[in-house]
Design a protein around this ligand. Sequence first.
Ligand code: PLP
Length: 279
Amino acid sequence: SQVYLNGVFLPLEEARVPVLDRGFLFGDGVYEVIPVYGRKPLALEAHLDRLEHSLAGIRLDNPLVRTAWVSLLERLIQEATTDDQSLYLQVTRGVAPRDHGFPLQVPPTVFAMSKPLTPVPPAWVQAGVAAVTRVDDRWLHCDLKTTALLANVLLRQQALDEGAVECLLLRTGFLTEGAASNVVLVVEGVLCSPPRNHLLLAGITLDLVLHLAVQLGIAHAERPIREEELRSAEEIWITSSTREMVPVTRLDGKPVGTGQPGPIGLRLLSAYQALKSHG
Ligand code: PLP
């Protein structure tokens, strides 16, 4: 199927970026991943708002106005082979002789594609998944969704090496997020999540889940979460656009709560399933 590259729609196999692209050389770019259900993007405006935040955070002008983003993504959605999709878009600081300093007058590289959304394995939701913890050794701008993901890649792989699905990150003894997800937990009956600041990505899925919590009358606290609270939580859930809500039932080899997906998260998950299919 067709992808978008710098104003042109072309087959993926034909899409080429020069080796001097700063995305390739420096990871000098930002990206978004937007879930699409029944050919309708979920929370598109929120994703495009976050893209603006990421671009501003790396001092790159938004190459396209909002309506241009929407119409190019709409074309990818309509031309894709499946109804449920994951849209990927990326903007880099363009192609220029290798030099750390910003190039002058160089157009950004703009790329977008759709791929079929991989369904969350039913067993992940029924039984929950294993996660491990690691020290969060990323930089201090984790609110920006940059393509420079080496730390996240290494952390995620450490989880996979241990047969786990996600790596939960601790900075100075406090939970931040997962290698590619946000974390919500239940501590003494209260739904909790870490403060949204420069240490973690403001997840769109988390936002949707917290809105659903308000609707369902589930109390929520946004507050710093100590490592011991994470380890003794009744429920731990990871959220992301592609994985929705997944219960973590083992953390570093020990059961979380009862060792089964917990009731508060399950209520939120079924509300999320309804939201994604009916908008
Ligand atoms: N945190 C990180 C580091 C991520 O990479 C992601 C997305 O994959 C998330 C959180 C979840 O964000 P969202 O719900 O907007 O997909």
